[in-house]
Design a protein around this ligand. Sequence first.
Ligand code: 13P
Length: 253
Amino acid sequence: MRKPFVAGNWKMHTDSQTSVNLAVSIVSGSREVAGRSVAVAVIPPFVYLQAVVRALSTSHIAVGAQDIYIERQGAFTGEISASMLKDVGCTYVLCGHSERRQVIGESDELVNKKVAAAISGGLLPILCVGELLDEREGGRTAEVVGRQIKSCLAGLSAEKLSAATIAYEPVWAIGTGLTATPQQAQEVHALIRKLIEEMYDSESGEEVRILYGGSAKPSNAAELMRQEDVDGLLVGGASLNADDFVTIIKAAV
Ligand code: 13P
C-alpha cells in the first residue's frame, strides 16, 4: 500500500515571517491527518528552511528543499550540499523541477547526479518530470517522460530507488490554471509505473510513489487522488494559502 503524499512547493515566495506563519497554520489545520493517514511536506526557499523546521518541530510535517548540488563540499559558490540540507533538518529535496530545467537549463544528466547525491546524502529525492505543451500536442508525452525517467534514474539500484518519489508535472499545467484531466494524469502515471517495472521489477513499480503537480487545487485534488496511480500531489500556488493546502491534504486521505 502506498501512503498518500502531499507536498507544497513554495518556490520563491514567502519571507521570514510569512514562511513561519504559513507553516504554523498548516500544522493547526491538518493535525488529525498529517503524518498519519497522509505524508505531508513543505518545501520553502533555502533561507527559511531552518525557521520552518523549527516551527514544525512538534508536528508530523516534513520539510524539503527545492534543489541540491551534486558535490559534498568545496569551492562551489552559491550551492548547497545534501549534508547541509540534512544538517538543517530537511527530509526531502526536489530534483529537476521544470522551472530549474527551463529557467536555469538543468539537463537530465545533472538531475541524475542530483538524485544520486540526495540519496547518498540521506535525503529523499522528489524527481520531477513532465512534457512541454508542444511535446504533448505533438503526441510526444510518453517519449519525453520516458526519456526523463530513464536518464534521471540511470545507474540507480532498486534499493536506492525506494528512497525516491516521482512527480509528474506537465509543464503546460504549472502555474497556468490549466490542470491535466484526471484521465491524462492517470495515463502518464500508469506509464511511469510500467516503465519502473521494466527498468527494475514489479515490486519497485508497485511501491514507487508518483505525485501529480500542475495547478492542483482544492477543487480538483480529490478527483486527481481518486486515480489508481496518482499517489499524491505536488502543489505550487495553492500551497501558499494554508486553508487551501489543508483542504488538499484532507482530500488526499
Ligand atoms: P502550481 O501548483 O502553481 O501549478 O505549481 C506546480 C508546481 O510546479 C509544483 O512543484
